[in-house]
Design a protein around this ligand. Structure first.
Ligand SMILES: Cc1cc2nc3c(=O)[nH]c(=O)nc-3n(C[C@H](O)[C@H](O)[C@H](O)COP(=O)(O)OP(=O)(O)OC[C@H]3O[C@@H](n4cnc5c(N)ncnc54)[C@H](O)[C@@H]3O)c2cc1C
Length: 423
Protein backbone atom coordinates (compact mmCIF):
# COMPACT_ATOMS: atom_id res chain seq x y z
CA UNK A 1 0.00 0.00 0.00
CA UNK A 2 1.27 3.47 -0.74
CA UNK A 3 1.74 6.01 2.00
CA UNK A 4 -1.11 8.06 0.61
CA UNK A 5 -3.54 5.13 0.68
CA UNK A 6 -2.55 4.31 4.23
CA UNK A 7 -3.06 7.93 5.16
CA UNK A 8 -6.49 7.91 3.58
CA UNK A 9 -7.50 4.77 5.44
CA UNK A 10 -6.30 6.24 8.71
CA UNK A 11 -8.12 9.45 7.92
CA UNK A 12 -11.36 7.73 7.17
CA UNK A 13 -11.28 5.29 10.07
CA UNK A 14 -13.98 5.70 12.69
CA UNK A 15 -13.73 8.80 14.85
CA UNK A 16 -15.14 8.55 18.34
CA UNK A 17 -15.73 11.84 20.15
CA UNK A 18 -16.22 11.66 23.91
CA UNK A 19 -18.21 14.57 25.28
CA UNK A 20 -21.28 15.91 23.52
CA UNK A 21 -21.02 19.60 24.39
CA UNK A 22 -20.57 22.41 21.89
CA UNK A 23 -16.95 21.43 21.20
CA UNK A 24 -17.72 17.77 20.53
CA UNK A 25 -20.79 18.50 18.41
CA UNK A 26 -18.99 21.11 16.33
CA UNK A 27 -16.05 18.77 15.73
CA UNK A 28 -18.40 15.99 14.59
CA UNK A 29 -20.24 18.14 12.07
CA UNK A 30 -17.09 19.84 10.75
CA UNK A 31 -15.34 16.52 10.28
CA UNK A 32 -18.04 15.52 7.85
CA UNK A 33 -18.05 18.91 6.16
CA UNK A 34 -14.32 18.65 5.66
CA UNK A 35 -14.65 15.31 3.94
CA UNK A 36 -14.21 12.60 6.57
CA UNK A 37 -15.87 9.53 5.08
CA UNK A 38 -15.73 7.07 7.98
CA UNK A 39 -18.11 6.71 10.90
CA UNK A 40 -18.39 9.48 13.47
CA UNK A 41 -19.76 8.60 16.89
CA UNK A 42 -20.45 11.27 19.50
CA UNK A 43 -20.72 9.91 23.05
CA UNK A 44 -22.21 12.07 25.81
CA UNK A 45 -23.12 11.33 29.37
CA UNK A 46 -25.90 13.92 29.56
CA UNK A 47 -29.29 12.93 28.19
CA UNK A 48 -29.85 16.19 26.34
CA UNK A 49 -28.49 16.53 22.81
CA UNK A 50 -25.56 18.98 22.61
CA UNK A 51 -26.61 22.38 23.95
CA UNK A 52 -25.25 25.85 24.62
CA UNK A 53 -24.29 26.44 28.24
CA UNK A 54 -24.10 30.27 28.26
CA UNK A 55 -27.89 30.77 28.69
CA UNK A 56 -27.80 28.56 31.81
CA UNK A 57 -26.75 31.57 33.88
CA UNK A 58 -28.72 34.09 31.81
CA UNK A 59 -32.06 33.68 30.01
CA UNK A 60 -32.63 30.04 30.94
CA UNK A 61 -32.09 30.75 34.63
CA UNK A 62 -34.32 33.82 34.64
CA UNK A 63 -36.99 31.85 32.79
CA UNK A 64 -36.92 33.93 29.61
CA UNK A 65 -35.96 31.03 27.36
CA UNK A 66 -36.79 27.33 27.60
CA UNK A 67 -34.56 24.28 27.22
CA UNK A 68 -35.42 23.91 23.52
CA UNK A 69 -33.80 27.29 22.82
CA UNK A 70 -30.50 25.95 24.17
CA UNK A 71 -30.19 23.18 21.57
CA UNK A 72 -27.00 23.69 19.63
CA UNK A 73 -27.90 21.96 16.36
CA UNK A 74 -31.16 20.43 15.16
CA UNK A 75 -31.36 16.62 15.17
CA UNK A 76 -31.50 16.78 11.37
CA UNK A 77 -27.96 18.27 11.27
CA UNK A 78 -26.50 15.11 12.85
CA UNK A 79 -28.62 12.90 10.62
CA UNK A 80 -27.58 14.75 7.52
CA UNK A 81 -23.92 14.56 8.53
CA UNK A 82 -24.23 10.88 9.43
CA UNK A 83 -23.11 11.51 13.01
CA UNK A 84 -24.26 8.86 15.43
CA UNK A 85 -25.24 10.29 18.82
CA UNK A 86 -24.87 8.06 21.87
CA UNK A 87 -26.36 10.05 24.70
CA UNK A 88 -26.88 9.24 28.38
CA UNK A 89 -23.80 7.07 28.49
CA UNK A 90 -20.44 7.77 30.03
CA UNK A 91 -17.10 6.72 28.62
CA UNK A 92 -15.35 4.87 31.43
CA UNK A 93 -11.94 4.01 30.06
CA UNK A 94 -9.67 4.27 27.06
CA UNK A 95 -7.80 1.18 25.95
CA UNK A 96 -5.04 2.77 23.92
CA UNK A 97 -3.33 -0.47 22.95
CA UNK A 98 -6.58 -1.94 21.62
CA UNK A 99 -7.80 1.49 20.34
CA UNK A 100 -11.15 1.16 22.07
CA UNK A 101 -13.29 3.30 24.33
CA UNK A 102 -15.13 1.37 27.00
CA UNK A 103 -18.52 2.76 27.93
CA UNK A 104 -20.17 2.42 31.32
CA UNK A 105 -22.97 0.50 29.61
CA UNK A 106 -20.43 -2.29 29.04
CA UNK A 107 -20.17 -1.62 25.32
CA UNK A 108 -16.81 -0.94 23.76
CA UNK A 109 -16.24 1.23 20.69
CA UNK A 110 -13.25 0.76 18.41
CA UNK A 111 -11.73 3.98 17.15
CA UNK A 112 -9.25 5.04 14.51
CA UNK A 113 -8.99 8.49 16.08
CA UNK A 114 -10.38 9.63 19.38
CA UNK A 115 -11.33 13.18 20.36
CA UNK A 116 -11.78 14.07 24.02
CA UNK A 117 -14.23 16.94 24.48
CA UNK A 118 -15.18 16.20 28.05
CA UNK A 119 -15.38 19.80 29.33
CA UNK A 120 -15.23 20.32 33.06
CA UNK A 121 -17.29 20.30 36.23
CA UNK A 122 -18.05 22.97 38.79
CA UNK A 123 -15.45 23.23 41.53
CA UNK A 124 -17.04 22.32 44.89
CA UNK A 125 -16.58 24.55 47.88
CA UNK A 126 -15.45 22.23 50.63
CA UNK A 127 -16.60 23.82 53.88
CA UNK A 128 -18.50 22.63 56.93
CA UNK A 129 -22.18 22.32 56.06
CA UNK A 130 -21.59 22.01 52.33
CA UNK A 131 -23.84 18.92 52.28
CA UNK A 132 -26.93 20.91 53.41
CA UNK A 133 -29.78 21.06 50.93
CA UNK A 134 -30.37 24.22 48.87
CA UNK A 135 -26.71 24.70 47.95
CA UNK A 136 -26.42 24.65 44.17
CA UNK A 137 -23.88 24.66 41.37
CA UNK A 138 -24.40 25.55 37.73
CA UNK A 139 -22.98 23.59 34.86
CA UNK A 140 -25.79 21.64 33.22
CA UNK A 141 -29.48 21.91 32.32
CA UNK A 142 -30.16 19.43 35.15
CA UNK A 143 -28.40 21.76 37.61
CA UNK A 144 -30.78 24.58 36.67
CA UNK A 145 -33.77 22.25 36.87
CA UNK A 146 -32.73 21.21 40.39
CA UNK A 147 -32.36 24.85 41.38
CA UNK A 148 -35.67 26.03 39.90
CA UNK A 149 -38.07 25.14 42.76
CA UNK A 150 -35.95 27.22 45.17
CA UNK A 151 -35.34 30.04 42.67
CA UNK A 152 -38.52 31.95 43.51
CA UNK A 153 -39.41 35.61 43.94
CA UNK A 154 -38.72 36.90 47.45
CA UNK A 155 -36.21 34.17 48.35
CA UNK A 156 -32.83 35.18 49.76
CA UNK A 157 -30.10 33.96 47.45
CA UNK A 158 -26.44 34.08 48.45
CA UNK A 159 -24.06 33.73 45.51
CA UNK A 160 -20.58 32.56 46.38
CA UNK A 161 -18.10 33.89 43.82
CA UNK A 162 -18.06 37.22 42.00
CA UNK A 163 -16.85 35.92 38.64
CA UNK A 164 -18.88 35.91 35.41
CA UNK A 165 -21.18 33.08 36.34
CA UNK A 166 -21.90 34.49 39.80
CA UNK A 167 -22.61 37.96 38.42
CA UNK A 168 -24.76 36.71 35.55
CA UNK A 169 -26.76 34.66 38.03
CA UNK A 170 -27.13 37.73 40.25
CA UNK A 171 -28.63 39.67 37.33
CA UNK A 172 -30.95 36.78 36.40
CA UNK A 173 -32.04 36.35 40.03
CA UNK A 174 -32.88 40.03 40.45
CA UNK A 175 -34.92 39.86 37.28
CA UNK A 176 -36.84 36.98 38.82
CA UNK A 177 -37.43 38.92 42.03
CA UNK A 178 -35.01 37.23 44.43
CA UNK A 179 -32.99 39.13 47.04
CA UNK A 180 -29.35 38.70 46.18
CA UNK A 181 -26.07 38.85 48.09
CA UNK A 182 -22.79 38.20 46.24
CA UNK A 183 -19.79 37.11 48.30
CA UNK A 184 -16.38 37.47 46.71
CA UNK A 185 -13.26 36.40 48.59
CA UNK A 186 -10.93 38.67 46.59
CA UNK A 187 -10.84 42.42 47.12
CA UNK A 188 -12.80 43.09 43.94
CA UNK A 189 -15.18 41.41 41.47
CA UNK A 190 -13.80 39.71 38.34
CA UNK A 191 -10.34 40.17 39.84
CA UNK A 192 -8.79 37.31 37.89
CA UNK A 193 -9.80 38.66 34.50
CA UNK A 194 -10.23 42.43 34.41
CA UNK A 195 -8.58 45.65 35.51
CA UNK A 196 -9.73 47.37 38.69
CA UNK A 197 -11.64 50.02 36.70
CA UNK A 198 -13.75 47.43 34.92
CA UNK A 199 -14.38 45.63 38.22
CA UNK A 200 -15.43 48.91 39.80
CA UNK A 201 -17.84 49.53 36.93
CA UNK A 202 -19.51 46.13 37.41
CA UNK A 203 -19.64 46.53 41.17
CA UNK A 204 -21.45 49.85 40.77
CA UNK A 205 -23.90 48.44 38.23
CA UNK A 206 -24.82 45.53 40.47
CA UNK A 207 -25.12 47.65 43.60
CA UNK A 208 -27.37 50.13 41.79
CA UNK A 209 -29.53 47.26 40.57
CA UNK A 210 -29.97 46.14 44.18
CA UNK A 211 -27.39 43.39 44.67
CA UNK A 212 -25.65 43.38 48.04
CA UNK A 213 -22.03 42.94 46.96
CA UNK A 214 -19.46 42.01 49.60
CA UNK A 215 -15.83 41.78 48.61
CA UNK A 216 -13.05 40.37 50.77
CA UNK A 217 -15.74 37.97 52.01
CA UNK A 218 -14.39 34.43 52.28
CA UNK A 219 -17.01 31.80 53.05
CA UNK A 220 -15.97 29.57 55.94
CA UNK A 221 -19.11 27.44 56.41
CA UNK A 222 -22.75 26.84 55.60
CA UNK A 223 -25.12 26.50 58.55
CA UNK A 224 -28.64 25.18 58.93
CA UNK A 225 -31.58 27.38 59.94
CA UNK A 226 -34.72 26.16 61.62
CA UNK A 227 -35.14 23.17 59.34
CA UNK A 228 -32.63 20.43 59.94
CA UNK A 229 -30.49 19.56 56.95
CA UNK A 230 -31.51 22.70 55.07
CA UNK A 231 -29.36 25.77 54.48
CA UNK A 232 -30.17 28.73 56.74
CA UNK A 233 -26.98 30.79 56.70
CA UNK A 234 -23.79 31.29 54.79
CA UNK A 235 -20.94 32.05 57.17
CA UNK A 236 -18.26 34.57 56.19
CA UNK A 237 -14.98 34.84 58.10
CA UNK A 238 -13.99 32.97 61.24
CA UNK A 239 -14.05 33.26 65.02
CA UNK A 240 -15.31 36.47 66.60
CA UNK A 241 -15.28 38.16 63.17
CA UNK A 242 -17.59 35.58 61.59
CA UNK A 243 -20.81 36.86 60.10
CA UNK A 244 -23.87 34.70 59.41
CA UNK A 245 -25.74 35.79 56.29
CA UNK A 246 -29.32 34.49 56.14
CA UNK A 247 -29.96 32.44 52.99
CA UNK A 248 -32.83 30.38 51.61
CA UNK A 249 -30.51 29.11 48.94
CA UNK A 250 -26.89 29.47 47.86
CA UNK A 251 -25.35 29.25 44.42
CA UNK A 252 -21.65 28.54 44.27
CA UNK A 253 -19.63 29.72 41.25
CA UNK A 254 -15.99 29.29 42.18
CA UNK A 255 -14.48 27.89 39.02
CA UNK A 256 -14.16 24.76 36.99
CA UNK A 257 -12.20 21.53 37.22
CA UNK A 258 -11.31 20.10 33.80
CA UNK A 259 -12.49 16.55 33.17
CA UNK A 260 -9.06 15.14 32.36
CA UNK A 261 -9.26 11.91 34.38
CA UNK A 262 -10.09 9.69 31.39
CA UNK A 263 -6.92 10.90 29.66
CA UNK A 264 -4.79 10.64 32.81
CA UNK A 265 -5.95 7.08 33.48
CA UNK A 266 -4.94 6.20 29.91
CA UNK A 267 -1.42 7.46 30.60
CA UNK A 268 -1.70 10.70 28.63
CA UNK A 269 0.01 13.80 30.04
CA UNK A 270 -2.30 16.10 31.96
CA UNK A 271 -1.67 19.24 33.95
CA UNK A 272 -5.02 20.64 35.08
CA UNK A 273 -6.23 19.80 31.55
CA UNK A 274 -5.22 17.31 28.88
CA UNK A 275 -1.96 18.54 27.37
CA UNK A 276 -2.14 19.13 23.62
CA UNK A 277 -0.01 20.63 20.87
CA UNK A 278 -1.14 23.29 18.40
CA UNK A 279 -3.12 20.68 16.43
CA UNK A 280 -4.90 19.69 19.69
CA UNK A 281 -3.06 16.35 19.62
CA UNK A 282 -2.21 14.66 22.93
CA UNK A 283 0.96 12.64 23.30
CA UNK A 284 -0.85 9.75 21.59
CA UNK A 285 -0.94 10.66 17.86
CA UNK A 286 -4.45 9.20 17.51
CA UNK A 287 -5.98 11.00 20.48
CA UNK A 288 -6.93 14.68 20.50
CA UNK A 289 -8.48 16.94 23.11
CA UNK A 290 -10.48 20.15 22.67
CA UNK A 291 -12.47 22.72 24.62
CA UNK A 292 -12.55 23.26 28.37
CA UNK A 293 -10.75 19.96 29.08
CA UNK A 294 -7.70 20.74 26.94
CA UNK A 295 -4.56 22.66 27.86
CA UNK A 296 -2.26 23.92 25.15
CA UNK A 297 1.36 23.19 25.92
CA UNK A 298 2.00 26.37 24.00
CA UNK A 299 -0.89 28.33 22.54
CA UNK A 300 -0.08 29.44 18.98
CA UNK A 301 -1.10 33.05 19.52
CA UNK A 302 -0.50 33.54 23.24
CA UNK A 303 2.83 31.68 23.10
CA UNK A 304 2.40 30.15 26.53
CA UNK A 305 0.67 27.21 28.18
CA UNK A 306 -2.99 27.94 28.69
CA UNK A 307 -6.37 26.28 29.16
CA UNK A 308 -9.29 28.40 28.01
CA UNK A 309 -12.92 28.14 29.05
CA UNK A 310 -15.13 29.68 26.41
CA UNK A 311 -17.45 28.80 23.58
CA UNK A 312 -15.31 30.53 20.92
CA UNK A 313 -12.30 28.49 22.08
CA UNK A 314 -14.24 25.21 22.02
CA UNK A 315 -15.47 25.97 18.49
CA UNK A 316 -12.06 27.03 17.26
CA UNK A 317 -10.39 23.92 18.64
CA UNK A 318 -13.16 21.81 17.06
CA UNK A 319 -12.12 23.34 13.75
CA UNK A 320 -8.45 22.73 14.45
CA UNK A 321 -9.09 19.06 15.18
CA UNK A 322 -11.39 18.61 12.18
CA UNK A 323 -8.60 20.04 10.00
CA UNK A 324 -5.99 17.78 11.58
CA UNK A 325 -8.12 14.66 11.06
CA UNK A 326 -8.89 15.45 7.43
CA UNK A 327 -5.45 16.62 6.41
CA UNK A 328 -6.42 20.26 5.97
CA UNK A 329 -4.22 23.20 6.81
CA UNK A 330 -5.14 24.43 10.28
CA UNK A 331 -6.70 27.86 10.78
CA UNK A 332 -4.30 30.54 12.04
CA UNK A 333 -4.05 30.62 15.82
CA UNK A 334 -6.00 33.59 17.08
CA UNK A 335 -6.44 35.61 20.25
CA UNK A 336 -9.01 34.12 22.62
CA UNK A 337 -12.26 35.97 23.19
CA UNK A 338 -15.28 35.69 25.44
CA UNK A 339 -18.53 37.44 26.28
CA UNK A 340 -20.73 37.89 29.31
CA UNK A 341 -24.26 39.35 29.45
CA UNK A 342 -25.46 41.05 32.63
CA UNK A 343 -28.61 43.21 32.67
CA UNK A 344 -28.51 45.13 29.38
CA UNK A 345 -24.71 45.13 29.32
CA UNK A 346 -22.85 43.13 26.74
CA UNK A 347 -19.27 42.59 27.84
CA UNK A 348 -16.89 41.26 25.19
CA UNK A 349 -13.29 40.50 26.00
CA UNK A 350 -10.39 39.57 23.77
CA UNK A 351 -6.80 38.62 24.45
CA UNK A 352 -5.34 38.00 27.90
CA UNK A 353 -4.67 41.09 29.99
CA UNK A 354 -2.20 39.40 32.34
CA UNK A 355 1.07 41.35 32.50
CA UNK A 356 -0.30 44.60 31.08
CA UNK A 357 1.54 47.81 31.99
CA UNK A 358 -0.92 50.40 30.74
CA UNK A 359 -4.70 50.70 30.70
CA UNK A 360 -6.53 53.06 28.35
CA UNK A 361 -10.26 53.68 28.50
CA UNK A 362 -12.14 54.93 25.44
CA UNK A 363 -15.72 56.03 25.97
CA UNK A 364 -17.63 56.46 29.15
CA UNK A 365 -18.21 53.96 31.95
CA UNK A 366 -20.85 56.38 33.30
CA UNK A 367 -22.80 55.97 30.07
CA UNK A 368 -22.20 52.19 30.14
CA UNK A 369 -20.45 52.35 26.78
CA UNK A 370 -16.68 52.00 26.80
CA UNK A 371 -13.75 49.85 25.88
CA UNK A 372 -10.69 49.28 28.07
CA UNK A 373 -7.47 48.53 26.23
CA UNK A 374 -4.63 46.68 27.94
CA UNK A 375 -1.16 47.48 26.61
CA UNK A 376 2.23 45.96 27.22
CA UNK A 377 5.32 47.75 25.91
CA UNK A 378 3.02 49.97 23.85
CA UNK A 379 1.24 47.06 22.13
CA UNK A 380 -2.43 46.19 22.51
CA UNK A 381 -2.65 42.77 24.19
CA UNK A 382 -6.26 42.68 25.35
CA UNK A 383 -9.50 44.63 25.50
CA UNK A 384 -12.77 44.59 27.46
CA UNK A 385 -15.68 46.24 25.65
CA UNK A 386 -19.00 47.12 27.23
CA UNK A 387 -21.81 47.74 24.74
CA UNK A 388 -19.27 48.54 22.00
CA UNK A 389 -19.50 45.75 19.43
CA UNK A 390 -17.98 47.84 16.63
CA UNK A 391 -14.98 48.90 18.68
CA UNK A 392 -14.63 45.32 19.90
CA UNK A 393 -14.24 44.03 16.34
CA UNK A 394 -11.52 46.60 15.69
CA UNK A 395 -9.87 45.79 19.03
CA UNK A 396 -9.74 42.10 18.12
CA UNK A 397 -7.83 43.01 15.00
CA UNK A 398 -5.46 45.30 16.88
CA UNK A 399 -4.73 42.44 19.28
CA UNK A 400 -4.27 39.96 16.42
CA UNK A 401 -1.78 42.36 14.81
CA UNK A 402 -0.05 42.97 18.17
CA UNK A 403 -0.47 46.58 17.08
CA UNK A 404 1.47 49.43 18.61
CA UNK A 405 -0.87 52.25 19.54
CA UNK A 406 -0.59 55.33 21.69
CA UNK A 407 -2.85 55.88 24.66
CA UNK A 408 -3.90 59.18 23.12
CA UNK A 409 -5.06 57.61 19.84
CA UNK A 410 -6.88 54.77 21.56
CA UNK A 411 -8.72 57.11 23.89
CA UNK A 412 -9.64 59.65 21.20
CA UNK A 413 -13.29 59.04 20.37
CA UNK A 414 -13.03 61.40 17.42
CA UNK A 415 -10.65 58.99 15.76
CA UNK A 416 -12.15 55.75 14.42
CA UNK A 417 -10.21 52.71 15.62
CA UNK A 418 -10.21 51.50 12.05
CA UNK A 419 -7.67 54.19 11.27
CA UNK A 420 -5.23 52.57 13.68
CA UNK A 421 -5.54 49.26 11.86
CA UNK A 422 -4.06 50.65 8.69
CA UNK A 423 -0.69 51.44 10.21
C1 LIG B 1 -23.36 28.75 33.37
C2 LIG B 1 -22.33 28.93 32.29
C3 LIG B 1 -22.30 30.11 31.56
C4 LIG B 1 -21.34 30.30 30.56
N1 LIG B 1 -21.35 31.46 29.85
C5 LIG B 1 -20.45 31.62 28.83
C6 LIG B 1 -20.46 32.79 28.03
O1 LIG B 1 -21.26 33.71 28.24
N2 LIG B 1 -19.57 32.87 26.99
C7 LIG B 1 -18.67 31.88 26.73
O2 LIG B 1 -17.88 31.99 25.78
N3 LIG B 1 -18.63 30.76 27.49
C8 LIG B 1 -19.50 30.60 28.53
N4 LIG B 1 -19.47 29.46 29.29
C9 LIG B 1 -18.42 28.47 29.05
C10 LIG B 1 -18.78 27.56 27.91
O3 LIG B 1 -20.08 27.08 28.06
C11 LIG B 1 -17.78 26.41 27.84
O4 LIG B 1 -16.51 26.96 27.63
C12 LIG B 1 -18.12 25.44 26.73
O5 LIG B 1 -19.35 24.84 26.97
C13 LIG B 1 -17.04 24.39 26.58
O6 LIG B 1 -17.46 23.41 25.68
P1 LIG B 1 -16.87 21.92 25.73
O7 LIG B 1 -17.50 21.22 24.60
O8 LIG B 1 -15.41 21.97 25.88
O9 LIG B 1 -17.38 21.33 27.14
P2 LIG B 1 -18.81 21.12 27.74
O10 LIG B 1 -19.80 22.07 27.20
O11 LIG B 1 -18.62 21.08 29.22
O12 LIG B 1 -19.23 19.66 27.25
C14 LIG B 1 -18.58 18.50 27.71
C15 LIG B 1 -19.55 17.37 27.74
O13 LIG B 1 -18.83 16.16 27.94
C16 LIG B 1 -19.56 15.33 28.80
N5 LIG B 1 -18.65 14.33 29.38
C17 LIG B 1 -17.66 14.54 30.28
N6 LIG B 1 -17.03 13.39 30.57
C18 LIG B 1 -17.62 12.43 29.83
C19 LIG B 1 -17.43 11.03 29.70
N7 LIG B 1 -16.46 10.39 30.38
N8 LIG B 1 -18.24 10.35 28.87
C20 LIG B 1 -19.22 10.98 28.16
N9 LIG B 1 -19.44 12.30 28.26
C21 LIG B 1 -18.65 13.01 29.07
C22 LIG B 1 -20.13 16.31 29.81
O14 LIG B 1 -21.21 15.74 30.50
C23 LIG B 1 -20.56 17.44 28.88
O15 LIG B 1 -21.85 17.24 28.40
C24 LIG B 1 -20.41 29.27 30.30
C25 LIG B 1 -20.45 28.08 31.05
C26 LIG B 1 -21.39 27.90 32.02
C27 LIG B 1 -21.43 26.61 32.82
Amino acid sequence: MTGTTQDQIARNARVVIVGAGQGGAEAAILLRQYGHEGEIILVGEENAPPYMRPPLSKGFLSGEVDAAALTYKAASAYEKAGVELRLGVRAARIDRAGKRVLLESGESLAYGRLVLATGGRARRLEAPGSDLSNIFYLRTISDVERLRPAFQPGRRLVIVGGGYIGLECAAAALKRGLKVVVLEAAERLLARVTAARVSAFYEKVHREAGVDIRVGAAVSAFAPGEKEGELGFVVVGRGAEAEKIPADLALVGVGLIPNDELAAAAGLSVDAGVLVDEACRTDDPDIFAIGDCARHRRHGFLERSVRLESVPNALEQARVVACALTGRAPPDASAPWFWSDQYDLKLQMAGLSEGFDELVVRGSPDAASFIAFYLRDGRVIAADAVNRPGDFMAAKRLIAMRAKASAQDLADEGRPLKELLGR
